[in-house]
Ligand binder design. Sequence first.
Ligand code: RTP
Ligand code: MG
Length: 141
Amino acid sequence: MAVERTLSIIKPDAVAKNVIGQIYSRFEAAGLNIIAARMMHLSRREAEAFYAVHRERPFFKDLVEFMISGPVMVQVLEGENAISKNRELMGATDPRKAEKGTIRADFAASIDANAVHGSDAPETAAIEIACFFPTLAIFSR
Ligand code: RTP
Ligand code: MG
């Protein structure tokens, strides 16, 4: 098994619900180390750049509006199979389809306000991590 890094974002809805700690506990219980973290309020330009792959999708405008609606908590998670492990913890994009006990099933209200983001592949993880964290701000252990 490979040790990987993935970018996680706790989205504005979950920050507003005051469940950052509960979500962090799930990462830790699953053996994922939080090796970098910052709270920030994304600008429109940053949110559009982050979700550029979805630029042509019908939900793009709503997605950007939502992501800039309040502060987010951004972190790098590291561990065995961190990318797929984090996506398992998150559950399906639509919380109505997410398995019981996943972050989205437990904390998300809708497909738009769905509590968390997680990178979907090693290539995107590397790009997304570099969007938010210089190498010196990442503390592997
Ligand atoms: P994320 O990128 O945020 O981790 O979510 P994901 O991989 O599960 O889903 P993705 O397909 O990458 O979509 C990014 C975000 O866009 C919103 N979305 N809305 N209304 C819709 O049909 C729709 N589809 C996607 C979601 O908020 C999703 O997290
Ligand atoms: Mg995605």
